[in-house]
Design a protein around this ligand. Structure first.
Ligand code: PMP
Length: 378
């Protein structure tokens, strides 16, 4: 065995001993599990109108985009989706990427001007962390949702181009960032606010326009919103929305936009229909949020430490990585799929089960799933 393979084996053994081995579990198309792990909040990924639109996109444009956006990858579907997204989010312009991860990398690297400072919440998603790293800008990580720490960092960065980077609804614990206060602080210091609305889009705000819109920040000239189309829209792809000048800058300079093959046309077509459906389905959105609140109460009532959900993410703390894995496995055996988050994927080295509420489940299924989670608790 080469020295390299030996090293990898050693690391795998250490991970296994700590109960941290990751597993790929392929699912079948017609599974008999109750899904509280996926991000298909509004149940749109299999909606018949979405599927039909994707098939039309496939028939009309083919499976792949055949090129990057500036070469041959921009179809009429892409520009129509961008117009739809800008209209929905109340932004001057929107730009679609092939994933939310790439949207964050692209936005942050493009924002990194000489001497820039990024102020990043400690619970920010890996794509935001990596965006800051790739941008090469000085990055100040502030304790989770600590407004005073952000204000101090802003004051220390006075005179330098500064970006406050946050999620609207944090993917780890499902809690909300104090967006209005962050915006006010950023504005007072001439800083920009970048909001990753991955878990807010389609779930919060007027017509589901997201957490930024819910905080009254849609269309603000010092706010850039990023999001993924892979959660409430049940599709794939990412978006950056903001002032036209920023979007122009991204088209001209954003490497993850310029050098990446465009999002596949069937996905773009499906996402447009999903957006139309999501926009008008306030009833489903209300149901989703109500369910998240109900789940948190039920779990807390059973003595399980559970976060207060701002949208569709409910997080329940586990003692350690091993008991989180065992808990999730026991739920799976009893037909309930839940997310298992543990180090190194968690920002605070704590472990939890993460439930993502899906409005397309029946109330009975949902309650049965909560019973299983409680019954399987270690
Ligand atoms: N930001 C957040 C907060 C997310 O939860 C995710 C999804 N894991 C992403 C960005 C990345 O989006 P995508 O999966 O489309 O790359």
């Amino acid at each position: 065995m080469t020295i390299w393979l030996q090293r990898l084996e050693r690391r795998a053994t250490l991970r296994a001993r700590a109960g941290l081995t990751r597993h790929l579990r392929p699912r079948r198309s017609a599974e008999e599990v109750i899904d509280l792990a996926g991000n298909d909040y509004l149940g749109l990924s299999r909606h018949p109108e979405v599927v039909a639109a994707a098939i039309d996109g496939l028939t009309g444009y083919g499976l792949g985009a055949t090129g990057s956006r500036l070469v041959r990858g921009t179809t009429e579907l892409h520009t129509a989706l961008e117009a739809d997204l800008a209209g929905w989010l109340g932004a001057e312009q929107a730009l679609v990427y092939s994933s939310g991860y790439l949207a964050n990398l692209g936005a942050l690297t493009a924002l990194a001007q000489p001497k820039a400072v990024f102020i990043l919440d400690q619970h920010a998603h890996a794509s935001l962390v990596d965006g800051c790293r790739l941008a090469g800008a000085e990055t100040v990580v502030t304790p989770h949702c600590d407004l005073a720490a952000v204000v101090t960092a802003l004051a220390e960065a006075a005179g330098r181009p500064t970006v406050v980077v946050t999620e609207s609804v944090f993917s780890v614990d499902g809690d909300a960032a104090p967006l209005s206060a962050l915006h006010q602080a950023a504005r007072e210091h001439g800083a920009l606010l970048l909001i990753d609305d991955a878990h807010g889009l389609g779930v919060l705000g007027p017509a589901g326009a997201g957490g930024a819109a819910a905080a009254g920040l849609a269309g603000e000239r010092d706010v850039v919103v990023t999001a993924t189309l892979s959660k409430a829209l049940g599709a794939a792809g990412g978006v950056v929305a903001g002032p036209a000048a920023w979007i122009r800058h991204l088209i001209e300079t954003g490497r993850t936009f310029i050098y990446d093959t465009a999002l596949a046309p069937p996905v773009v077509a499906g996402a447009r229909t999903a957006l139309r459906l999501a926009r008008k389905d306030d009833a489903r959105r209300d149901e989703l949020r109500q369910r998240a609140g109900h789940a948190a109460e039920r779990l807390r009532g059973a003595g399980l430490p559970t976060t207060v959900p701002a949208a569709g993410v409910v997080s329940v703390e586990a003692a350690d990585a091993e008991s989180a894995s065992a808990w999730a496995a026991a739920c799976r055996e009893r037909g309930v799929s839940v997310g298992c988050f543990r180090p190194p994927s968690t920002p605070d080295h704590r472990s939890r089960l993460r439930l993502t509420v899906n409005a397309s489940l029946s109330a009975a299924e949902f309650d049965a799933a909560l019973d299983v989670i409680v019954a399987c608790a270690p």
